[in-house]
Design a protein around this ligand. Structure first.
Ligand SMILES: [Zn+2]
Ligand SMILES: [Zn+2]
Length: 280
């Protein structure tokens, strides 16, 4: 569905808008550490109608004369998502207006939209930032050889994408990308998986990528992992650590698979956490 109103929040100088890319069909069977009936129960209690679907968000950050896009959706690959470009258009933002692409990791639901169908860069004025370990992983032929057929297509997509942005590619280090936005290394889901912390005017927002795929399930039970995790034990460790931190600091959080509401606080409850969606 094309969105005409968008969830957004202001953090100091930056306006951050959640842009839906649509849904991808998935399944609760992809989860480990919970049985499907319990997982379905959590989804039902959270009011989720299609419990196996994963919704995809991208986030647009505007302020201080800059336009940054965090992840770019599927670009319509694998019959999923693909709505980002029309939602950007509805917001009055052209692909040429985006000056910076911040990429959480190399999975196709996050980078598929970076290329046009002819293989050229969809955001031709944008510099692209990602973690060096992420590039290293997807460029590693020994990892490619171990991958399934679908996995091998993912490797090929990352390689084509990095090539198309070759002259505008920047590797994240511990430093701010621009004043007020800095990377937060959150490895496990992939080796270079990275979030982005916006800190402006005393207000913080962490865009945390794929810390959760089923937000209600994995906040209630942080030990639940998903088949897409490269290193499930490290992903779980990172999730537990970051959930504890955002709850303690009361940071607002945005997640690529949070659903259309886009932004939430994380509240501690018995045995885990729960999401409280942000209301302006
Ligand atoms: Zn992912
Ligand atoms: Zn994802």
């Amino acid at each position: 569905m094309k969105g005409t109103s968008f969830e957004s929040c202001q953090r100091g100088d930056f306006l951050v808008t959640a842009l839906s890319d649509g849904n991808m069909a998935a399944s609760l069977d992809l989860l480990s550490g919970i049985n499907t009936a319990d997982a379905r129960g959590i989804q039902r209690r959270a009011g989720i109608v299609e419990p196996g679907n994963i919704h995809i968000n991208c986030y647009l950050i505007r302020g201080r004369g800059r336009t940054l896009l965090v992840d770019a959706g599927t670009g319509g690959l694998n019959n999923a998502g693909g709505l980002l470009s029309e939602n950007l258009d509805a917001l009055g933002v052209a692909p040429e207006d985006v000056d910076t692409l911040l990429i959480t990791h190399g999975h196709p639901d996050h980078i598929g939209g970076l290329l046009q169908s002819n293989g050229s860069a969809a955001y031709k004025n944008a510099a692209l930032y990602l973690h060096p370990l992420e590039a290293e992983y997807w460029q590693d032929d020994s990892k490619l050889k171990l991958a399934s057929e679908r996995g091998q297509r993912n490797f090929a997509l990352v390689r084509r994408t990095l090539q198309a942005y070759e002259h505008k590619l920047h590797f994240l280090d511990g430093n701010e990308i621009i004043p007020g936005i800095c990377p937060v290394f959150l490895p496990g889901h992939t080796p270079g998986h990275t979030g982005f912390l916006i800190d402006s005017g005393g207000e913080k927002l962490l865009i945390w990528g794929d810390i959760v795929h089923f937000p209600h399930i994995q906040s209630a039970q942080p030990g639940v992992t998903i088949l897409f995790d490269c290193d499930p034990a490290q992903a779980e460790d990172t999730r537990i650590r970051v959930l504890e931190r955002v709850a303690r600091e009361n940071w607002l959080v945005a997640g690529m698979h949070f659903g259309r509401q886009g932004f939430a606080h994380i509240l501690p409850v018995e045995g885990g956490y729960r999401l409280a969606y942000f209301e302006k």
